[in-house]
Design a protein around this ligand. Structure first.
Ligand SMILES: [Ca+2]
Ligand SMILES: [Ca+2]
Length: 232
């Protein structure tokens, strides 16, 4: 079966992934821009978080123990509470996009994807797990991460409504700057095209299998996914 992927869409995603990765990598240092009083305020509200053990994280990620220790020292130094709230994450995220870009919605979905237990707080563990996948994960791990970004309610399949929300957030993020006239109809057509290609059994939702099947068949996408390989 020949699967013709919408490269324009995936090129958007590639850029987004690079930006997402850059954002995460810079988050630790960017946190120092939050004022001390804000940190104190956070400290009063939030529970202190300590990782159970570096060894467990070493097994769960692709970072070495010295790398993890370095990451933890940086995270802890800039974020003494040990957790990042969504509001703070959004402020940091916005700094990596041109002024006028509406990053809040997309940042919300990235935060949700990283916040695996949906506690509303990003722990060091969750932060490092995401960082590991986006920077050193296999193609399949990266695709699984992307799937969970699109599967907003986490029920194991992507509906047209969910894809519409993410695609809209992507347009809000960068589309309106280059293309001010993007409207609901453009988003709707894009979602229809993607479903046409990826919803292999035509039941109206994308499962993880369909998503992986479709993405893994296309070498062009595989190559584009390799772009954000990087080292600390
Ligand atoms: Ca879903
Ligand atoms: Ca399906």
């Amino acid at each position: 079966m020949s699967v013709n992927i919408d490269m324009e869409n995936f090129s958007d995603k590639k850029n987004l992934r690079r930006r997402t990765l850059n954002t995460l990598k810079s988050a630790v240092t960017a946190l120092k821009q939050i004022t001390n009083s804000e940190l104190e305020e956070l400290g009063e509200q939030l529970p202190r978080y300590r990782p159970d053990s570096i060894a467990a994280l070493r097994r769960a990620t692709r970072f070495t123990e010295p790398e993890l220790k370095r990451l933890y020292r940086g995270f802890k130094a800039e974020c003494p509470t040990g957790v990042v709230k969504e509001d703070t994450f959004k402020i940091i995220y916005a700094q990596f996009f041109p002024q006028g870009a509406n990053t809040a919605q997309y940042a919300h979905y990235v935060f949700n994807t990283l916040d695996q237990d949906r506690s509303g707080l990003l722990s060091f563990e969750e932060f490092v797990m995401g960082l590991s996948i986006l920077s050193r994960g296999t193609l399949e791990e990266k695709l699984r991460w992307t799937f969970s970004l699109y599967d907003i309610n986490g029920d194991g399949c992507i509906t047209k409504e969910e894809m519409t929300e993410i695609v809209t957030a992507i347009y809000d993020l960068m589309g309106k700057i280059v293309e001010p006239m993007v409207d609901d109809e453009v988003v709707r057509e894009k979602v229809e095209r993607l479903f046409q290609k990826m919803d292999l059994n035509r039941d109206g939702v994308l499962t993880l299998d369909e998503f992986l099947d479709c993405c893994l068949r296309d070498e062009e996408i595989s190559r584009s996914m390799g772009v954000f390989d990087s080292n600390f």
